[in-house]
Design a binder for this molecule. Structure first.
Ligand code: HEC
Ligand code: HEC
Ligand code: HEC
Ligand code: HEC
Length: 124
């Protein structure tokens, strides 16, 4: 009987490992959506840097519940590229990224770009 127990524990452990690999975020993601008119270059976001600095997944993936879905949805599934309002795709990204950086900056903490376009729009 005991051996079965160990086998089940081992299987559960391996399965858990595979699941956590499956939902692990890539080190870098290239944010490159289609817009009616694409003006700037795509943005390469370092997931790794943000996660290492303690930024929670849900600071960006604000609707994601780990227990409900293995991976977060794309922002563009809800925020639309042809919408110029505050919750349109471009403004959703800008508010998410820039507002956090600005808040940290005013708190005197190290942070990312708050103004300079080329510090985020780095890709060719
Ligand atoms: C903190 C990072 C950050 C900064 C700083 C930033 N952006 Fe962006 N911007 C983004 C992200 C992320 C996207 C989403 C890119 C996508 O969806 O392809 C975006 C999208 C855009 C878009 C829509 C996509 C396109 O190429 O047409 C425009 C226009 C834009 N930014 C202009 C600017 C301008 C102008 C500045 C400087 C005044 C700027 N951004 C500064 C992160 C930033
Ligand atoms: C600083 C903001 C931010 C943080 C923090 C963040 N993500 Fe992301 N993540 C993004 C953006 C932006 C994308 C690109 C998807 C999009 O633009 O719709 C993305 C993409 C992803 C993808 C899809 C990758 C792909 O290749 O399509 C996964 C999976 C993911 N994130 C998981 C996570 C997990 C898990 C965490 C926490 C450990 C996390 N993210 C933390 C912003 C973030
Ligand atoms: C499942 C749908 C969904 C997804 C996916 C989603 N959002 Fe949202 N988001 C919303 C809705 C709905 C609102 C407006 C209501 C609210 O404030 O919750 C919103 C509001 C926001 C706001 C506040 C805008 C403002 O100033 O009023 C930001 C910023 C934002 N989202 C960024 C993002 C980013 C960045 C991503 C991807 C990493 C993302 N969202 C993914 C549905 C979504
Ligand atoms: C909730 C807060 C938060 C959000 C949201 C956020 N960032 Fe950051 N960002 C940080 C912090 C913290 C740092 C690291 C400061 C440091 O060096 O310690 C950082 C650093 C950066 C840097 C500088 C990286 C470097 O190599 O020095 C870039 C570029 C950047 N962020 C882009 C983005 C983009 C693009 C988004 C939106 C998709 C985003 N950030 C969203 C908090 C945030």
């Amino acid at each position: 009987m005991k051996r079965w127990y160990y086998l089940i524990v081992a299987v559960a452990f391996i399965a858990g490992g595979i699941i956590s690999i499956a939902i692990a975020q890539p080190d870098n993601v290239t944010i490159d959506n289609k817009y009616p008119k694409k003006i700037k270059t795509p943005v390469i976001l370092s997931h790794k840097l943000h996660v290492d600095k303690g930024v929670a997944c849900t600071e960006c993936h604000h609707t994601w519940k780990k227990e409900e879905a293995p991976a977060p949805k794309k922002c563009a599934e809800c925020h639309k590229a042809d919408d110029k309002g505050t919750t349109g795709l471009k403004n959703a990204y800008h508010s998410n990224c820039i507002d956090c950086h600005k808040e940290l900056k005013s708190a005197g903490k190290p942070t990312g770009p708050t103004v300079k376009c080329s510090e985020c729009h780095t890709s060719k």
